[in-house]
Write a protein that binds this ligand. Structure first.
Ligand code: ADP
Ligand code: F6P
Length: 324
């Protein structure tokens, strides 16, 4: 490894998230400002293994801060999970003169970063996922935009749900976590939001809630189900059977991953991208950049990967009480 970083590689990996482009832009411009050459690696670890790599300059990241997706493309690379794949990727770094990597993605991508560090290629990771499920960080790039997209969709859904006196069960992404679903549920005024972190008894928590609120005049119902809990179609079928209320299932799906990033995501991505390069300049390697309160901080990658994120139970209680 070079004493001083001269060239960095930047890649996006795992599911894309709005704001990844803003992070690539910040990394590229901060590095070039400090005299560091930047190589863009396409399609995550695939690009590293296959040498799908080209230089970025200040203009190659122009006009992207407002664009969703990632100009570097992204992928899930199975070969990289093998030691052989990791050795190939490290060899490729040496071939291209890449002294360090900036990895933008989720915790799977960070595990890959740790493996690269073990192969002698230092890295800094930036949390980019709509799921907000990175334990060491209060916030992940893409979360705000995804929540706003979900809210916009569910507001539209409410119009038709209300007109028909129906129940709409909406499946929201989040992988194994309920952060996206819970916040969306509060913002949309969902009657019930079912998340993996809180056990749900369908009869008590959904059917009884619907019957009770019906007595107070409620005639249409929005139920949000985090994908980590189960399928919206199954919930809709059970609810219709148990309540007699006509129910429809809507899976928001990948629309939640698209769109122009919100101000929150653009600013978080810009701050995190800047911080990642600053760490490399200071010789602080194998770190995960994180947001804590108002601050951008960083953690050792191994420590970050062993941390657990807890659900905000106050928020769960607020959601329950104000939906009555
Ligand atoms: P995310 O980064 O969003 O959590 P994934 O879990 O799909 O997404 O991981 C993205 C990529 O990171 C994988 O396709 C793989 O190339 C790499 N990766 C994931 N887990 C590991 C691991 N345990 N070891 C090495 N690389 C990994
Ligand atoms: O991690 C982001 C995410 O969108 C999750 O919310 C979801 O479970 C998963 O990725 C979907 O992955 P894919 O794009 O492979 O369908």
């Amino acid at each position: 490894m070079a004493d001083k970083i001269k060239t960095i590689g930047v890649l996006t990996s795992g599911g894309d998230a709005p704001g990844m482009n803003a992070a690539i832009r910040a990394v590229t411009r901060t590095a070039i400002y400090n005299g560091i050459k930047v190589l863009g690696i396409r399609r995550g670890y695939n690009g590293l293994i296959n040498g799908d790599i080209s230089e970025l300059n200040v203009r190659s990241v122009s006009g992207i801060i407002h664009r969703g997706g990632t100009i570097l493309y992204t992928a899930r690379c199975l070969e990289f999970k093998t030691l052989e794949g990791q050795k190939k990727a490290a060899e490729r770094c040496r071939e291209y003169g890449i002294d360090a990597l900036v990895i933008i993605g989720g915790d799977g991508s960070f595990r890959g970063g740790k493996d690269m560090a073990a192969q002698g290629i230092p890295c800094v990771c930036i949390p980019g996922t709509i799921d907000n499920d990175i334990a060491c960080s209060d916030y992940t790039i893409g979360f705000d935009t995804a929540m706003n997209t979900a809210v916009e969709m569910i507001d539209k859904l409410r119009d038709t749900t209300q007109s028909h006196d129906r129940c709409s069960v909406v499946e929201v992404m989040g992988r194994h976590a309920g952060y996206l679903a819970l916040n969306t549920g509060i913002a949309c005024g969902a009657l019930v939001t079912v998340i993996p972190e809180v056990p749900c008894d369908v009869d008590h928590d959904i059917v009884k809630m619907m019957n009770d609120t019906r007595k107070t005049g409620k005639q249409h119902f929005i139920i949000i189900v985090a994908e980590g809990v189960g399928r919206a179609h199954d919930f809709a079928e059970i609810i219709e059977k148990k309540t007699g209320i006509e129910s429809r299932a809507t899976v928001l799906g990948h629309v939640q991953r698209g769109g122009s990033p919100s101000l929150r995501d653009r600013v978080a991505a810009s701050r995190m991208g800047y911080h990642a390069v600053e760490l490399l300049l200071q010789g602080q390697y194998n770190r995960v950049v994180a947001e804590k309160g108002q601050d951008i901080v960083d953690y050792d990658i191994t420590e970050a990967l062993t941390m657990n994120k807890s659900m905000d139970m106050d928020l769960v209680e607020i959601a329950r009480i104000i939906s009555l």
